[in-house]
Design a protein around this ligand. Structure first.
Ligand SMILES: C[S@@+](CC[C@H](N)C(=O)[O-])C[C@H]1O[C@@H](n2cnc3c(N)ncnc32)[C@H](O)[C@@H]1O
Length: 379
């Protein structure tokens, strides 16, 4: 291991998920940690860095800060970069992708030029280990991406459907809903199954990073023995008990994709996927949580009733859909708690429930809210 026992890390989250991520990291014993715009700044040990990758359901990636200095000239940038002990962080044969972002308030404000200059000074062949050089108000921060492909790529997704949501957002939706992990959970607009699969993994305490590899595994500080212990610990935490998780969609292709994805994620037995239109849904008598990402009704048109965020459901159609959804809730949903991911244009009000926004974030570039409410319990 390197001489450092603690690392400065920046755990990146989708905007709006910072507070949920801070809560999750605190539960993973990551301290001190502080939510800032776009993520959480924290101090971690090496095993904690690895454990966050294995266990975080909300993080997008983790950047490790390796060096910081002031630079207002190319000479200062080059001298500063020469101070980084690359051998402490990276294997001798590591191949790098040097990226830069600069604030306009810096003397060195041209990102492409900074990236080029930095790559030349570092002098390693081009490849996939990302080195990030950030210049903010003349302060240069050099970070290494510990993650590789973003953490929402859990390694189980096969067929994507037409508008799959990110696994990190699906997990955020389930966590923000306040689901107790013991009551039934229903997603009647399941698409490729992301919400139901994340819910089953949460209930069974399955580590989301169990099926993939990470950039830090190529670093000289990586310990295969310690990692093996973390994996065995994560496997030991998994429980079989899981409440009923019911996923349905009116689209045959979505149903097939959800079944395939659930099996690949190791929760095929826990997630019950059925082909059903919302009009035919009857909620189980035992009240639980309905957690879903219905068509937004943002894009008008599309080819038929597919899985697009609003495909096949122009403004009027989507109003009908929400009216029918509201009828289902009134008919069989007494006492059910509802969490709906919706865009600004989505007519959530037609569900006829008092809702409050639990999270404001974005999905595929569209600003969205997680609206939470409850159908009145039986009198
Ligand atoms: C935004 S997508 C859900 C995406 C999903 N969260 C995922 O990760 O793949 C909305 C889904 O609602 C389904 N849908 C549209 N109208 C429906 C209806 N009337 N009844 C049931 N499902 C419907 C579509 O087929 C689509 O799969």
């Amino acid at each position: 291991m390197s001489g450092r026992s603690r690392l400065d890390a920046f755990v990146v989250a989708a905007p709006g998920l910072e507070a949920l991520l801070l809560d999750e990291l605190t539960r993973l014993d990551v301290r001190p940690a502080r939510a800032v715009k776009g993520g959480v700044e924290c101090s971690v040990t090496w095993p904690q860095l690895w454990a966050v990758h294995l266990r975080s359901r909300l993080a997008t990636r983790v950047l490790v800060r390796v060096w910081r200095f002031r630079a207002t000239t190319w000479g200062e940038l080059e001298a500063g970069l020469k101070g980084v002990q690359w051998g402490e962080w990276l294997a001798d044969d590591a191949v790098l992708d040097v990226q830069a972002t600069c604030s306009k308030s810096s003397a060195l404000y041209h990102s492409d030029a900074v990236a080029e200059r930095a790559a030349a000074v570092i002098g390693r062949p081009a490849g996939d280990q990302v080195v990030q050089v950030r210049v903010l108000d003349d302060v240069v921060t050099v970070s290494l991406d510990a993650t590789g492909p973003a953490l929402f790529k859990r390694g189980w997704r096969g067929p994507a459907g037409r508008a799959p949501m990110r696994e990190t957002l699906a997990a955020a939706l389930v966590l923000a809903s306040g689901w107790d992990r013991r009551s039934p959970l229903v997603d009647p607009f399941c698409g490729s199954g992301t919400v139901a699969i994340e819910a089953a993994m949460i209930a069974r305490r399955m580590a989301p990073g169990r099926r993939r590899s990470f950039a830090f595994q190529q670093w000289p500080t990586f310990s295969a023995d310690a990692w093996g212990r973390l994996l065995r610990g994560a496997d030991g935490d998994v429980i079989d008990r899981c409440p009923p998780i019911l996923a349905s969609d009116r689209d045959d292709g979505a149903v097939a994709a959800a079944q395939e994805n659930a099996a690949a994620a190791g929760v095929g037995e826990q997630v019950d996927v059925q082909r059903r239109s919302i009009s035919d849904l009857t909620l189980p008598a035992r009240a639980g949580w309905l957690v879903t990402n219905p068509p937004y009704g943002r894009r008008v048109g599309g080819e038929g009733g597919g899985a697009g965020a609003g495909a096949g459901a122009g403004g009027g159609d989507v109003r009908d859909l929400y009216d029918r959804f509201g009828q289902v809730l009134r008919a069989s949903g007494a006492g059910w708690r509802i969490a709906v991911l919706a865009a600004k244009e989505t007519p959530v009000a037609r569900l006829g429930l008092p809702f409050t926004s639990a999270v404001h974030t974005s999905n595929g570039g569209i600003p969205v809210d997680v609206w939470c409410g409850q159908v009145a319990p039986p009198a």
